[in-house]
Design a protein around this ligand. Sequence first.
Ligand code: HEC
Length: 149
Amino acid sequence: MRNGARTLILLTLILTLPGMSPGLGSALASSSQQTGSPQIPAQAHKRKNPVPDVPEAVRAGGNLFASQCSMCHGVNGDGRGDLAVSMKMKIPDLRATDLQKKRTDGDLFYLTRKGHRDMPAEKRLSEQNIWEIVRFIRSLGKNPSGPKS
Ligand code: HEC
C-alpha cells in the first residue's frame, strides 16, 4: 500500500516535471506549441557568438550546414531542401530580412541546439560548430543569392 502511494507520487512528478523525462517533456511542449513561435529564454537570446566573423568560420559553418541541415533547409537556406519538400514541411527562409532582424545570434544557436516542432534538436555538433553555422546563416542574410561555391 505505502509502496503504491509512493509510486503514484513519483509518477505524478515524472509527468509534471518535463525536465525529468525529456522525451515526454518535449512531446508535451511541442504539442502545446503547435501554432506558437518558439520560446527562447532571455539568457539564450542575449548570448554573443564567440566565433569571429571571418571567412574561415563562415566556410566551416557552410560545410556543416550543407551536410547536416540542407536536406531540409536547402543549401542556400531557402527552406526547400529535398526532405522538406517530400515531407511537406513548413520551413522559414533563413535568408529573409525579417527573420535575420528578429533573431539574435543567440536565438539561432538556441533554436538549432533545441529544435522546434519538425526541426530536430541538434545534439551531435559541438557548440563551436553550431556558432560557425550561425555565422553562415548570417552570411546568407548578407548574400540573399546564397553561398558562392
Ligand atoms: C528534418 C528537417 C530539418 C533539419 C535536418 C534541420 N531543420 Fe532547422 N528547421 C526545420 C523546420 C521544420 C523548422 C521550423 C520549425 C518551426 O515550425 O518552428 C526549422 C527551423 C529552424 C530555425 C529557426 C528559424 C526561425 O527563426 O524561426 C533555425 C535557426 C534552424 N532551423 C536551423 C537549422 C540548422 C542550423 C540545422 C542543421 C544543424 C537544421 N536547422 C536542421 C527543419 C529542419
